[in-house]
Design a protein around this ligand. Sequence first.
Ligand code: ZN
Length: 496
Amino acid sequence: MAANGLSGPVMVQESAQVVDLTSSDPPTERVYEPAGATVATTAKADDSSDDGLDDASLYEEILEEGPNMEFSTDSADTCPPEESRSLRNRLHEVGANQFVLENITTGKYSARKLCSAFGVKIPKFMTDFVDEAFYQLLGLAISRELNKRRRLEQYKTIDDAAQLLRERKNIMVITGAGISTSLGIPDFRSKNTGFYSKLLEMGFEDPEQVFDIHNFDEDPKVFYTLAGDILPDLKKWTPTHEFIRLLQDKDKLLTNYTQNIDNVESHAGIRRDKLIQCHGSWATATCRKCKYRIPGEDIFGDIRNHTPAECKNCLKEIALQGDRPGMKRKRSSNGNGSRKRRKSDESDSDDDGQYDIPQPGIMKPDITFFGEALPQDFFDRLRETDKEKVDLVIVIGTSMKVAPVSEIPNFVPGDVPQIYISRDPIHHINFDINLLGDSDTIVAELARRAGWDLKHSMIPENQKIDVFPIDEYEHRYGVKVQGRLDPKPEAPGHTA
Ligand SMILES: [Zn+2]
């Protein structure tokens, strides 16, 4: 990553992509990391050797508005919206060098104030810092702005979106937890759930610890005790799932990239060849030791009983070995302690040597845990076919904070229009059309305006919809059922 030599110490990395989807590096080196943690995997690899990189991850956390950050509410030193827009436009016009020269070197702006033009909130602990302390943060903010796709001005309104639906033939749909919450499937990262409070009782601070592969191998009982609450209901799906299914039926669905692990898409009839489950799913489960794979539903009973499921294949092998002459089993304890792994890194064969008696592996649902590689089909599909084919992107019910899914909008060609549907706007990605509100309501209205028949028991007959501008410059519109109160804003900490 070559930093440009600039006048002054504001360092701008012109191509500071956090995760480079175009890279030919083996994707297995990229692991799924908690939202809010730094996702700069290259920086993580050698973070012990360089003090400066600690700063880098700190600045990333500020930019990502990480959950542990408290921000100053003092607005005295911030750029008003109109001024911010013209500063951002100027940056794209003249590039980083000239921009820094014009605005910082000449003393026209303080770095702190300029940060605000790029949507950077100032953390409380930096409130009294000298202006030079903001240079590195500003450099990162400028890099981030330069890497954003430019908004296409010809697409703006809900009717533009409906027309795109009618015209386009290879639609990529990216989905997140927001499309399943109306089924009562909690977002496991959300802090208002029974899942979350149980977790606190068990001494965990963060839902992500339960989905950490090292913790699972250390003690699978924790996951098996808590996961019952987030087991998917197999029979229901939402109008939003139905909408994606409708795109498929109209032969317009290129791929549904879902970050959800609930596997509801499959039950809604979205075909395997149209679906990439970016973070895996409950559909199957695999033995941590011998990789034996079974249907996910086979372990649901064990999860409901809070009992880690032992691998039947391993048990069979162990029974066979026990029968073999010369192979003595020393003892037959099946206690939890003897199962503990000493190494976090799992390997198939050489594990047994560490223990007196062979132990069966534990079955893990094939949802991608933090610390595990993302499914290979995600990268293959995106790079090898979808990037070329896609002619419309629709992002629904996700705040796009978890890499590498969050990188997709900037990865597809810049002339492909992109629509964003969610409760709350996001600021780190430029979408052409932003439709804000309940996704089930919005897709029903979109389908109606496209002249399509979207039928679902959760869509009331003849519902009247209001569409109203929120910020026309940013192409943001609110969509809600007439007479219904504004939906509550999502809880802080809600991410995927
Ligand atoms: Zn096994």
